[in-house]
Design a protein around this ligand. Structure first.
Ligand SMILES: Cc1cc2nc3c(=O)[nH]c(=O)nc-3n(C[C@H](O)[C@H](O)[C@H](O)COP(=O)(O)OP(=O)(O)OC[C@H]3O[C@@H](n4cnc5c(N)ncnc54)[C@H](O)[C@@H]3O)c2cc1C
Length: 446
């Protein structure tokens, strides 16, 4: 039975009305919700906000082990320390290694580009952080519905976004309704904010529907594989951050690794491979496993135990691939839009910051009695923000890798080490990508 037939037989769906519905309870969605409620409290008004999260709780679908730049959190919840935010392990030391099969070469700290400096940042479990952020949101009166994926965008007759519908429950293997069948629910809102993370299911539909990526470079992605280990306490150096480039990837393949020493003898290790690789026989997972056998890396893990693992898409196109982020009735925030700074492998600060800016635009619009229009104040605020300046400096990062690792290393050094020393934060040249990732993949026979 298709959706139309299900609706005819079991419908209509129940509907709930909100001022703002947020799809996705990650850092971006929760920051949006928190900022909306803060503004309502400050101004003595009411805003009804709900967050749909497909995981069993906020954080359940987020990979652990990340470095967080606290800049946006400082703005959202300046008293995060008193509120018990799980940012317990400051970064103590940064290392950047170029690996070859047998050995490695470390980049001297004085020559390390700004994007690889992490002093002032924290090594966190992003999933614990998100759970905590969810508690802050609930404390402010946000309704969070865990276990509910938004499955469909709903439109008004004028084409603006009306809200979303959650997925049906109790569907059998062949798509037929079982005795536990329940139609999804409709959530209608004056504004719907999409915060699904990288390659969001509905976000992709909205980008196509409203042609939000017209005139932009095609978006680019990587796959990020991550493992959490408990290692021998004798080998644990709390606060140590190691990034690597080179082996086992060939010089034409974009990617690298990270290794973060967290609290309690835990180490998060991960590997990112750009999805514009050419060799169809390359397996990012196998390359990650091979990487861990390098003498510089295996030394940390011998005698240790892997306690969890996972893989996720990571958005890497940066500013030049950023779509228009608003459309009638809503906006895209965080990695659903593509704000991650690939040169820093960091997107959680951008997620929080963009959630806040979208919330401020939505709050002002609601106060002015508006609904279902474009929240243009949000992209304007972004263009005037520190985040825009940060992404401007990194605008060419991914593109240089299409010219090989040596050129990319040199140009990253120029753009993120030399130019900032000269006070130049926007490289005076712009390198565009014209082809999407998948077209680079060669046929197996080649
Ligand atoms: C391997 C790897 C390493 C990374 N390392 C770092 C790092 O060190 N530092 C850093 O700052 N960033 C890092 N990032 C990026 C960081 O994870 C993201 O930038 C950040 O999580 C983005 O937040 P978000 O809220 O936009 O999306 P997400 O964190 O992805 O959250 C989206 C949420 O929406 C939910 N969701 C999705 N679709 C739906 C739907 N249709 N209905 C309901 N719920 C839905 C998901 O379950 C999820 O909880 C890394 C990413 C990867 C993959």
């Amino acid at each position: 039975m298709n959706q139309q037939q299900l609706l005819e037989q079991y419908g209509p769906r129940e509907a709930m009305e909100y001022d703002v519905v947020i799809v996705g309870g990650g850092p971006a969605g929760l920051a949006t919700a928190i900022r909306l409620k803060q503004l309502a409290q400050e101004k003595g008004t009411e805003v009804n906000v709900c967050v749909l999260e497909k995981g069993s709780e906020p954080g359940a679908h987020i990979l652990s082990g990340a470095i967080m730049d606290p800049r946006a959190l400082d703005e959202l919840l300046p008293n995060w320390k008193e509120l018990g935010a799980p940012l317990n392990q400051p970064v103590a030391e940064d290392k950047f290694l170029f690996l070859n099969e047998a050995g490695s070469k470390a980049t001297p700290s004085a020559l390390l580009p700004e994007c690889f400096h992490n002093h002032g940042n924290y090594i966190v479990s992003l999933s614990n952080f998100t759970r905590w952020l969810g508690q802050q949101a609930e404390g402010l009166g946000v309704e969070i519905f865990p276990g509910f994926p938004a499955a469909e965008v709903l439109y008004n007759d004028d084409g603006s976004v009306k809200g979303v519908a959650t997925g049906n429950m109790g569907i059998g293997k062949e798509g037929e309704p079982t005795e536990n069948f329940q139609l999804g629910m409709e959530l209608h809102a004056k504004y719907t904010i999409f915060a699904e993370g990288s390659r969001g299911h509905l976000g992709k539909q909205l980008i196509a529907q409203f042609k939000l990526d017209d005139g932009k470079d095609p978006q680019s992605y990587g796959i990020g594989l991550k493992e959490l280990w408990e290692i021998d306490p004798a080998k644990h150096q709390p606060g140590l951050v190691v990034h690597t480039a080179g082996w086992p990837l060939d010089p034409a393949t974009y990617g690298g690794s990270f290794l973060y020493h967290m609290e309690d003898n835990k180490v998060a290790v991960g590997f990112v491979v750009g999805l514009d690789y050419t060799n169809p026989w390359l397996s990012p997972f196998e390359e990650f496993q091979r990487f861990k056998t390098h003498p510089e890396i295996r030394k940390y893990f011998e005698g240790g135990k892997r306690i969890s693992y996972g893989a996720r898409a990571i958005t890497a196109g940066g500013l030049l691939s950023l779509p228009k982020t608003v459309f009638p009735g809503g906006a895209l925030v965080g990695c659903d839009a593509g704000y991650l700074n690939a040169s820093r492998i960091k997107g959680s600060h951008a997620a929080i910051k963009t959630g806040m800016m979208a919330a401020e635009a939505a709050y002002d619009a609601l106060q002015a009695g508006r609904q279902h229009d474009e929240l243009t104040a949000y992209p304007t605020a972004f263009e005037n923000s520190w985040l825009y300046k940060e992404l401007l400096q990194a605008k060419n990062f991914k593109q240089w890798f299409k010219k090989g690792r040596t050129t990319a290393t040199l140009m990253t050094g120029i753009e993120q080490w030399l130019l900032p020393k000269l006070g130049i934060r926007n490289p005076p040249w712009t390198i565009h990508r014209v082809k999407p990732d998948h077209v680079y993949l060669k046929p197996a026979a080649e």
